[in-house]
Design a protein around this ligand. Structure first.
Ligand code: AMP
Ligand code: MG
Length: 430
């Protein structure tokens, strides 16, 4: 796929009048990033099982009708409607049996029918199936003379060839994410290999002198690097190949070297920390030399500082350091661009819906807030949401308790209890 971008475009777009890097709205930042992200477009052939969790790079056409032949939806008898039409009671002679996988190939004359099982092929000329429970034997000792009651409709209990999928029709489109259902559908068509987009390679590292890796003791003023684990988790859930590049000290030479290494081996580089006002300056100068990166203060909470751009050919997302801000900004600004690069079409947006907020919420107008919420069904079946309590951007346990974000739009002020709010579901995210 061709690169639609000129190399200076991120920088020049960032200078456009309608973008204020010191007060970007969530929507503007999302739209900005979206302009610079395109599908990688590199495809590979994979065996069906290996293709699970990949994005299809080709339209898949059905090689045959599904079902292959007209067949029965019931256990019962296949017969000619003309033999029973308009009659209250008719006795027919059973001349054979069609099981699923065992076709009846003999002749069936007037006044005759066959026994048929669910999935059994309905022979040519037979145009309805009567379930066994709507029939009785003419005499107990002869199982081949069967009495049918009236009211039988033509075509009843038949599944027609091609009723599910027509031969030659597109069953799965390029851009489709392959889940168990899609893998099963492909298997049902006898397709053992598919062309999918290759996995995205994402390199990731944390910055900060205060960070300690698991396994080393923790001293006063230090903390364990958790962001690398949360980001790793969110990436692995998306089927991304993660290149974990550890923790880097707040040292310009070390950071520059790690950026160069990351950009050389990955499609995307994600960092956490180091983009806030106090720290951004030297990183800014460095990244200006290495590529083109814009630094924003986003009108949102949590997650104000964010950097986006390119280092070499790699896309770069500089996420804030605070653990909750990392998750919020990943879901709002990184997730969809990654799916887009992976070729997913249509893009799976975070499901948003309305719920009644059971508690009052403090909210300042002028920024979008993503409060952590617990969504549940009210006794009347409607959705209700409550905040998880303490909402500080460093409080990762609020994400542990949450199953959704309560999204409060920029202009919104305080929220009274009982008000409808937007929620973004986080449960089961892939
Ligand atoms: P920074 O954006 O680098 O100024 O970091 C903001 C806050 O997030 C600081 O309190 C850091 O200690 C914390 N922080 C930064 N990186 C991490 C990390 N990888 N894991 C956990 N906390 C972090
Ligand atoms: Mg830092």
């Amino acid at each position: 796929m061709t690169d639609p971008l000129r190399h200076d475009s991120i920088r020049s777009a960032a200078c456009a009048d309608d973008y204020d890097p010191n007060s970007m709205t969530v929507a503007d930042a999302r739209a900005f990033i979206d302009r610079f992200v395109a599908p990688l477009g590199e495809a590979q052939r994979l065996a069906l099982r290996a293709a699970l969790g990949h994005v299809l790079a080709e339209d898949v056409v059905s090689p045959f009708n599904v079902p292959l032949a007209d067949n029965s939806a019931m256990d019962g008898y296949a017969l000619r409607h003309a033999d029973v039409d308009g009659r209250d009671e008719v006795t027919l002679t059973v001349v054979g049996t069609a099981f699923a996988g065992h076709t009846f190939a003999g002749p069936i004359g007037a006044g005759e029918c066959i026994r048929i099982m669910t999935g059994g092929v309905v022979p040519a000329g037979m145009d309805c199936v009567v379930p066994i429970e709507h029939t009785r034997l003419a005499t107990p000792e002869n199982r081949d003379r069967v009495v049918f009651r009236g009211g039988i409709r033509r075509a009843q209990n038949l599944r027609y060839a091609g009723e599910d999928i027509r031969e030659g029709s597109v069953v799965l489109r390029r851009g489709q994410y392959l889940r168990p259902a899609e893998i099963g559908l492909l298997a049902s068509l006898g397709i053992g290999e598919v062309t999918v987009f290759r996995r995205l390679r994402v390199a990731l590292f944390s910055t900060g002198d205060e960070l300690v890796s698991i396994g080393s003791p923790l001293h006063q003023g230090q903390l364990y690097d958790s962001n690398r684990y949360t980001i790793y988790g969110m990436l692995v859930r998306m089927g991304v190949d993660v290149i974990d590049m550890g923790v880097v000290r707040d040292d310009p030479a070390a950071i520059e070297a790690r950026f160069a290494q990351a950009a050389a081996c990955a499609d995307v580089v994600i960092t956490s920390g180091g983009v806030s006002v106090g720290e951004a300056d030297f990183i800014k100068q460095m990244l200006d030399r290495m590529g083109e990166v814009v630094f924003w203060k986003i009108a949102m909470k949590p997650g104000r500082p964010l950097a986006y751009g390119r280092i070499g050919r790699a896309h770069f997302f500089g996420l804030p350091g605070n653990p909750v801000a990392v998750m919020v900004t990943f879901y709002q600004f990184v997730r969809e661009p990654l799916w887009k690069m992976m070729g997913r079409d249509p893009l799976p947006l975070l499901p948003v819906f309305k719920a009644t907020c059971s508690a009052a919420l403090k909210k300042l107008p002028g920024r979008t807030e993503f409060q952590r919420g617990v969504l549940s069904a009210a006794p009347d079946g409607s959705w209700q949401v409550r905040p998880t309590g303490e909402q500080g951007s460093g409080i990762l346990s609020s994400m542990v308790q949450a199953n959704c974000f309560i999204v409060l739009p920029q202009a919104q002020g305080d929220v009274a209890a009982g008000t409808e709010v937007d929620v973004q579901m986080l449960e089961g995210l892939i």
